[in-house]
Design a protein around this ligand. Structure first.
Ligand SMILES: NC(=O)c1ccc[n+]([C@@H]2O[C@H](COP(=O)([O-])OP(=O)(O)OC[C@H]3O[C@@H](n4cnc5c(N)ncnc54)[C@H](OP(=O)(O)O)[C@@H]3O)[C@@H](O)[C@H]2O)c1
Length: 341
């Protein structure tokens, strides 16, 4: 049964492995016409409305990214989060169902119906709201850092996809003060004015350690790190005794390359302060998905959280350069591409 039909089904394919951060992701991909074959029994065809762009996608283009998720295979479409509508069905999933899935970077996606998850639209203001990095942000804040009432929290990379939710989650969990770092005065203002952070640090403007000492003279009790490098080193110096560090990412190294994401650990200070330093990797287990899902819709409805995001128009054609721009810091929050008008 057919609900609507698009004229093309193009996809973004990995045309060469990315040798390192010095090469823009857009140089490693091409847009190809996908094969539009008839559905097999049990399959559905989905017209994608929005796709998600995240920093790790650039890493997944390398030959051996060493990450706990599959690298992009040469000559095949990239994968990533997307939301769309079932337009043809040879399965129990009816035409018209809004679904989310991991077959992004395509205008249309075809697979077994079990690869697509109906979106609970009653809890969300718009379908694009499912394309968020809240599972990671919530797992890091609630389970790894165990944020609780009264905590003084520092989030690095706070205007990015994960960080912009992590700071808001810390507030919602009762943190007394949340400080975020970002790379421009506009982004710092965004953190405070629109996301409810108590204060922001422009890491390009003065030493982070000194700015933290001014903003949190009592010391930070939690550090949620997406950047690594010198911001991690500053957080060790700014930490209160017993502080918990949740290490989520190393953007400084992922984006600038070299050893910039790899901090030196001042071991004596860490010992004296008895810091707990926990790197973590989110596997989107049913428990982790349920934990975030049970808070997200409610916090949005109660205005305790906003979904920080940037929607870029232009369809699949702009997707590769949007990933370039994300690494360059051009966007705020979770970055989404509208795939058709
Ligand atoms: N542990 C896990 O399970 C897990 C899951 C998902 C993601 N991650 C990781 O979480 C991190 C954030 O991911 P994301 O997708 O939300 O990325 P993102 O924060 O949206 O990344 C883009 C941002 O990185 C910042 N940036 C660029 N160069 C920088 C530098 N040299 N130093 C500091 N910041 C720099 C830019 O912000 P400014 O303009 O502010 O510099 C830019 O907006 C990544 O490391 C990702 O791999 C981990």
């Amino acid at each position: 049964m057919t609900f609507a039909s698009s004229t093309s089904s193009r996809e973004v394919v990995l045309s060469q492995h990315r040798p390192g951060p010095e090469v823009l992701p857009s140089r490693c991909v091409s847009i190809q016409e996908g094969e539009r074959s008839p559905l097999q029994v049990g399959q559905v065809r989905v017209l994608n409305d929005f796709m998600q762009v995240t920093a790790v996608m650039a890493d997944l283009m390398s030959e051996s990214p060493g990450l706990p998720m599959p690298a992009y295979p040469l000559g095949k479409a990239l994968w990533g989060g997307a939301v769309g509508t079932v337009i043809e069905s040879a399965a129990d999933l009816p035409v018209g169902t809004v679904v989310q899935h991991m077959k992004g970077w395509q205008e249309e996606s075809v697979d077994e119906a079990s690869a697509f998850y109906p979106v609970p639209m009653e809890y969300l203001p718009g379908r694009e709201y499912v394309l968020n990095q809240g599972v990671t942000a919530f797992h890091g804040m609630a389970d790894i850092a165990a944020v609780t009432e009264g905590d003084v929290v520092f989030v690095s990379g706070a205007a990015g996809g994960v960080g912009s939710l992590a700071g808001q989650i810390a507030k919602a969990l009762g943190a007394a003060k949340v400080i975020g770092s970002a790379g421009s005065p506009e982004k710092v203002k965004y953190l405070v004015d629109e996301l409810g952070f108590d204060a922001g640090i422009n890491y390009r403007d003065g030493l982070v350690e000194e700015q933290l000492a001014d903003l949190a003279p009592e010391g930070i009790s939690v550090f949620f790190d997406t950047v690594g490098g010198s911001q991690f080193e500053a957080a060790v110096q700014a930490a209160a005794p017993g502080a918990r560090f949740a290490l989520c990412g190393a953007l400084a190294g992922q984006i600038a390359g070299g050893d910039q994401g790899s901090p030196r650990l001042d071991i004596m200070t860490a010992i004296v302060k008895q810091l707990t330093i926990r790197p973590f990797s989110t596997h989107h287990t049913p428990d982790q998905l349920a934990a975030w899902g049970s808070h997200y819709g409610q916090w949005l409805a109660e205005d305790r959280l906003v979904f920080p995001h940037t929607i870029v128009d232009g369809g699949l054609d702009v997707a590769p350069t949007v990933l370039d721009g994300l690494l360059e810091g051009r966007y705020r929050g979770n970055v989404l591409i509208r795939l058709h008008p």
